[in-house]
Design a protein around this ligand. Structure first.
Ligand SMILES: [Zn+2]
Ligand SMILES: [Zn+2]
Length: 265
């Protein structure tokens, strides 16, 4: 007699716990593996957000840091020490961030274009143009499912476009609307920094990136790291929708004050 086994479909799950200049963090799970990218809120706040998506930090496999800015690393030290989680970061990030992070027991150096594997979950760092030491973003893969992240970058380089091609889901920065930034209250130097090639992606640049990498199987787009002062959710969404053209993936805006649902791809 033939026995039938239920087919187990590979599922990659993720939630953006927090996004914006007040703190950034992304939770990802696949199979038995669970990782966090950045911890820019306090350990207490991050734990509360994990509870909101019905998860916890106990037994987590890794925390990755994209770069040394405090909205990405503020909570990392206490989080790693409390839950005994290994840290993965570039040498440049560690050099700039180790004073803030403090003493930790398990540090692992990552390098651009060298994926780190946790069973079948792979985390590939790629370099980003940002005013930080050796900053990176990540492409995550699990059994044919894929997720690309592009936040904290000042411009869309050919490498970024190349890395984000043919993925199932994209988490892309839509930081500011250029005219709102120019007319807004920020000091001139801050405006100059944000607009520069090593600052943050505008809605327009986000659109340029989406237009160049979109494809008929793109399932989900999350707009990330949005400025509360220099952007408007509707403007960001309209620009992204127009850039995506005929393709119509699900679209969500990541929030500063609460986690997104736990998405599955
Ligand atoms: Zn940031
Ligand atoms: Zn940054």
């Amino acid at each position: 007699m033939l026995e039938s086994f239920p087919e187990v479909l590979p599922i990659l799950k993720f939630s953006i716990l927090s996004s914006g200049s007040g703190g950034n963090s992304i939770y990802i799970e696949a199979g038995q593996k669970r990782i966090l990218i950045d911890a820019g809120l306090s350990e207490k706040k991050l734990s509360a957000r994990m509870t909101q998506i019905d998860r916890s930090f106990s037994g987590m496999d890794a925390v990755f840091a994209t770069h040394e800015h405090s909205d990405h690393i503020r909570g990392i030290g206490p989080l790693l020490r409390k839950h005994e989680i290994p840290l993965y970061a570039t040498e440049g990030t560690w050099r700039r961030a180790n004073h803030t992070i403090g003493k930790i027991s398990d540090f692992n150096t990552i390098r651009e274009d060298e994926p780190v594997h946790f069973d079948e979950l792979s985390v590939e760092p790629y370099s980003t143009p940002h005013d930080a030491d050796e900053s990176v973003a990540f492409v995550i893969r699990y059994q044919g499912k894929s997720l690309g992240i592009a936040t904290d970058l000042g411009r869309v380089t050919p490498e970024v476009k190349n890395k984000l091609k043919n993925l199932d889901a994209l988490l892309v920065e839509a930081n500011h609307d250029i005219s709102m930034l120019e007319a807004g209250p920020y000091p001139w130097m801050t405006k100059k920094r944000i607009k520069s090639g090593v600052g943050h992606l505008s809605n327009e640049s986000c659109g340029e990136l989406l237009a160049s990498v979109t494809h008929s199987n793109l399932k989900r787009v999350v707009l990330m790291h949005m400025s509360e002062t220099n952007n408007h959710p509707e403007l960001a969404k309209i620009t992204a929708r127009q850039a995506l053209g005929e393709t119509s993936p699900e679209m969500t805006l990541a929030q500063q004050n609460h986690p997104t649902e736990l998405f599955s791809i």
